[in-house]
Write a protein that binds this ligand. Structure first.
Ligand SMILES: *Cc1c(COP(=O)(O)O)cnc(C)c1O
Length: 344
């Protein structure tokens, strides 16, 4: 497979903007910097940030076992996903395939990029319908989004099905691993070298506890990363975000501890939800949230709001009729939730 052929024509030949800090890289050098029209007086952030976020990438490369040239960082996964659209999808001509019920941003970004969406619903067990997906693709199908663990269903997709899709899809397969740190499955990052058409996205917004700093991560072949690098805004990850990310990534043992507490809390919450009379089914979770089918989602949602608890009502999503999504909170929050549910 030649991924270059999948790129939009304008992207194949595009020239990257060259910023001052690209031309003279070593911002820590003992030099007089009068190349970027910055204010020379110190505010700690008076200088433009590293456009390549080298320190953050070095740390991520170490943790994930990939090379720095296989990493691109963005202002949240949302920016990363948008860059992928811009690189591959010719507006009004190309299409992408999504598998509802899933993360809402794929269709928002498709609309924004004037790209047709072909939807192939998950099956009753929330697994991809592999044959149907491969039949649905055509020569203009550029992206296939696989969210695993999937939001809002919380399950990870069967590994063999995912592999068949990566091998059978003629475009680029984007595996969204926003919840991978809670999962028992191995990340597809470890298989990047086998598949030139594979992109894996992750984020510091969930397990890493840094939703507020907006840091999304894209792992792919060196070629795909070089293309996305050319089209990203030059200073897309700000200085404060880079510092905060680095600080957290240098203490991943804390993240691991929090994740294990969350997983233990998930187990307790799951057990408690099973005993609630109006919970009709509970779906197995491989993430930090639980999807539950209740008797009347709109009614239960409002009742919970009245008691000061905000859950996500997913009842309008395909296959999610009367489903509520519960994020696993602290033990105190979960106990309060269970107490309130029992009182309803
Ligand atoms: C929360 C979430 C993200 C995270 O997006 P950011 O922009 O990085 O905060 C990505 N994908 C899915 C499926 C999510 O649920």
């Amino acid at each position: 497979m030649n991924v270059e052929n999948l790129l939009r024509d304008n992207i194949k030949t595009i020239k990257a903007y060259s910023s001052a800090r690209d031309e003279y890289k070593d911002a820590s050098a003992d030099m007089i910097f009068i190349d970027a029209n910055e204010n020379p007086f110190q505010t700690n952030v008076n200088r433009y940030p590293d456009p390549q976020q080298s320190k953050v990438k070095e740390r991520l490369a170490e943790i994930k076992g990939v090379s720095i040239s296989q990493i691109l960082l963005g202002n949240g996964s949302d920016e990363v996903l948008d860059l992928i659209f811009r690189a591959f999808c010719e507006p009004k001509r190309d299409n992408v395939i999504t598998l509802p019920p899933t993360y809402g941003m794929y269709s928002v970004l498709a609309d924004l990029n004037d790209t047709e969406i072909k939807q192939v619903y998950l099956d009753e067990g929330f697994e991809p319908k592999v044959g149907k997906i491969l039949e649905t693709q055509n020569d203009n199908s550029k992206l296939l989004f696989l969210c695993s663990p999937n939001n809002p269903t919380a399950n990870s997709f069967n590994k063999q099905k995912v592999e068949t899709l990566i091998r059978g899809f003629k475009g680029v397969v984007v595996i969204d691993e926003a919840y991978i740190d809670f999962s028992e499955q191995q990340s597809w990052v470890s298989r990047l070298d086998e598949f030139p058409n594979l992109i894996v996205t992750q984020t510091l917004s969930k397990a890493y506890g840094l939703a507020g700093i907006r840091l999304g991560i894209c792992y792919a072949s060196e070629f795909i990363i070089s293309v996305l690098n050319k089209i990203k805004p030059p200073y897309n990850v700000n200085q404060l975000t880079q510092e905060k990310a680095l600080e957290r990534l240098s203490r991943i043992n804390e993240v691991e501890k929090e994740v294990s507490v969350i997983l233990e809390q998930r187990r307790l919450l799951q057990n408690a939800l099973e005993t609630i009379s109006f919970v009709e089914s509970l779906y197995a979770s491989d993430a930090n949230f639980i999807l539950a089918k209740v008797d009347d989602a709109n009614k239960r949602y409002s009742e919970l709001i009245a008691k000061g608890i905000v859950v996500r009502n997913r009842t309008t999503q395909p296959l999610c009729e009367n489903c509520l999504r519960f994020t696993v909170g602290t033990n105190i929050e979960n106990e309060k939730l269970i107490k309130v549910l029992n009182e309803l």
